[in-house]
Every structure is written in structure tokens, then in C-alpha cells.
Write a protein that binds this ligand. Structure first.
Ligand code: B16
Ligand code: MG
Length: 217
């Protein structure tokens, strides 16, 4: 048996949700309505296209196809301005410790993210070299909670889905991992990620003994 580990990006490795929020808020304000941090919670783990659909529902706005496409691009251009400035300091606590441990033990590592900007973000924060496979918004046709992103990651790692472990911060991501029959580990609020097999607030709560146990069992 060989284990594979799959990491979500936003909310697990880095907190890019705050930049997504600022970019969506700017667009909402330009369109004449407010967008709150609470509403931004609905966007976690959700594809860019679906986010804009939800945003327009919130603002009660209709859009032509041309407007929709323009606003998607506009939001992403603003988001990329924030990403440009990212560096190692934005990595969430103890993430490198876990990645390093997995690498030292020759455990294959993949990214399984909805973001189309995943690779440049990993590059900016200096973590790209840890990943044996990157599966993101550019490679999948079905968004989480569909298991496609994680099943594809398992395939690239050459590991059976049932031997894969997924770290996720979004409800849809935990559902996707469970549907892929993988071990799901919720990072964040356990009262929100109720379907996760294991729950931790963040990586500082995860010991290397726990990781070792998961690898061995
Ligand atoms: P992009 P994850 C997701 O990342 C974010 O949580 C979500 O808010 C965002 O809309 C989505 O990526 C798409 O991102 O606009 O960069 O393609 O949590 O799946 O890593
Ligand atoms: Mg996430």
C-alpha cells in the first residue's frame, strides 16, 4: 500500500480568500452594491464562474454574456495584483513542516484546487517544488463537490483513491474527498466541516506522529 497526500490551496496552504474578497468587493461596489466578508464565506472552494453567479444574485443584477465575461476578467486582473505581492510569509503556519516530512518519507504530494491561479501562487510562496502533481481549475470540468479534481490528482500520483488523504477547508471539498473515497481531513471550524473524518483548526494542531500513523495504517 502506498499513500498519497492531496492539499487544497486556498484556506489550507495560503489564505488567498482575503484577496478574492477584496477583488469581488471592488467589482460589487462598481456595480453599485455591497459585498460583505460573511457573504465571501459562500465563495470558498467555489469556481470563479460560480462565484460571479452568486455575486450577481446577491446584488440582484442581471448580466449579458459579454458583461459576465468582462467582469470575470476584471475580477481576476484585480486578484492577480494582490497575488503578485505574495511571498513565503503568507504560507499558513506549519504547512512546510508537513510537506517536508512527507517529502523526506517519499510520499507523493498533489495539489487539488479549484483555482486557475494555483501554480503561480505556489511558485510565489516557494512551495511548488514539493508537488509531484498539480490539479487545479485549469484541468477539471466539474467543480467540487464533484470528486473529479481529487480523483485526477490520485491518478497523477499513481495512488489508489482509497489510499489518498485530502486536506480541505471547504464543505464542498470535504464532500468531494468523501465521494472519492479518500481520507478527508478538515482544516478549520469542525462545526462547519462536520463530514470530515478528522478535524483540525490548522496545521499547528497536526503532529508528525499523526501523519506517520495515517501513512502506516
Ligand atoms: P481562481 P481552493 C478556490 O481555491 C477558492 O477557495 C475560491 O474562492 C475561488 O473562487 C476558486 O479557488 C477559483 O479561484 O479565481 O483563482 O480560479 O480553495 O479550491 O484552492
Ligand atoms: Mg480551499
Amino acid at each position: 500500500m502506498k499513500r498519497g497526500f492531496i492539499f487544497d490551496l486556498d484556506g489550507v496552504i495560503v489564505d488567498t480568500a482575503k484577496y478574492h474578497y477584496l477583488a469581488w468587493k471592488k467589482l460589487a461596489n462598481e456595480l453599485g452594491f455591497e459585498f460583505t466578508k460573511e457573504q465571501n464565506e459562500l465563495f470558498k472552494g467555489v469556481s470563479r464562474k460560480r462565484c460571479l453567479e452568486i455575486l450577481l444574485e446577491i446584488g440582484n443584477r442581471k448580466a449579458t454574456q459579454e458583461e459576465f465575461d468582462t467582469w470575470m476578467i476584471e475580477k481576476n486582473v484585480d486578484y492577480l495584483e494582490y497575488i503578485k505581492k505574495m511571498d513565503q510569509s503568507e504560507i499558513l503556519p506549519d504547512v512546510p513542516k508537513i510537506l517536508q516530512y512527507l517529502k523526506e518519507n517519499n510520499i507523493p504530494i498533489a495539489l487539488g484546487s479549484a483555482s486557475k491561479n494555483a501554480q503561480p501562487i505556489l511558485e510565489k510562496v516557494g512551495l511548488l517544488h514539493y508537488f509531484d502533481a498539480i490539479v487545479d481549475g485549469n484541468n477539471v470540468t466539474k467543480a467540487k463537490p464533484d470528486p473529479e479534481v481529487f480523483l485526477l490528482a490520485a491518478k497523477h500520483l499513481n495512488v489508489a483513491p482509497t489510499d489518498c488523504v485530502v486536506f480541505e477547508d471547504a464543505v464542498a471539498g470535504i464532500e468531494a474527498a468523501n465521494r472519492a473515497k479518500m481520507i478527508s481531513i478538515g482544516i478549520g471550524d469542525k462545526n462547519v466541516l462536520t463530514e470530515a473524518q478528522f478535524n483540525f483548526v490548522d496545521f499547528t494542531e497536526i503532529s508528525l506522529d499523526f501523519i506517520k500513523e495515517i501513512i502506516d495504517n
